[in-house]
Design a protein. Structure first.
Length: 185
């Protein structure tokens, strides 16, 4: 898998990040334990995490509070670094050592795209923005998630993924992806 889905996920989530106001940082999100500020920190920090893993480096600690500053610029910087790491010759074929096991870069870039896109959906939902995000990409990521996510990855507390939820009739592809990943509609 090339970097195009990740690039699209980054572009979609960036639009959502740019629509968040500082007054919304303490608002609830679909991620039960996280406020908007926590979700922003995860989204931005995730780009640096993906970069480190793609480079074969140990991921840095996740204690930076990106939400207290210009989180859109921090996301831009992290995203550029992340994409550069995945574009290095041979990374897609390399077995990467991740905190949860080993996998080829071509599989990990798909996880990075799905994570980036889905948490963009979470942020859009939390901040009253449209969740009908990039329908073609959402459909592609949903098809991939249905192949990859096994029942063993799901738990009631949502440690990895929560139980699959129902999306209403006519739900957008992004809403269907979110429901499949355990988000309540």
């Amino acid at each position: 898998m090339a970097t195009e889905p990740l690039e699209q996920a980054i572009a979609s989530t960036r639009v959502v990040l740019a629509g968040v106001s500082k007054e919304q940082l303490d608002d609830e999100t679909p991620c039960a334990a996280w406020k908007v500020s926590d979700l922003i920190n995860h989204i931005v920090g995730g780009q640096y995490f993906f970069e480190s893993c793609a480079k074969g480096d140990a991921p840095a600690g996740g204690d930076t509070d990106f939400s207290s500053g210009d989180f859109v610029s921090a996301f831009d910087e992290g995203s550029q670094r992340c994409l550069a790491a995945f574009r290095v010759e041979g990374v897609m074929e390399t077995m990467l050592t991740l905190p949860f096991g080993q996998m080829p870069g071509s599989a990990f870039v798909g996880i990075a795209a799905t994570d980036t896109f889905t948490h963009g959906w979470d942020l859009a939902r939390a901040t009253g923005q449209s969740t009908d995000l990039d329908p073609a990409l959402a459909g592609q990521l949903l098809a991939g998630a249905k192949q990859f996510i096994q029942p063993a990855f799901r738990s009631p507390d949502g440690a990895v993924f929560g139980p699959e939820q129902s999306a209403p009739d006519g739900a957008s592809n992004a809403d269907q992806l979110a429901a499949f990943l355990g988000r309540r509609m």
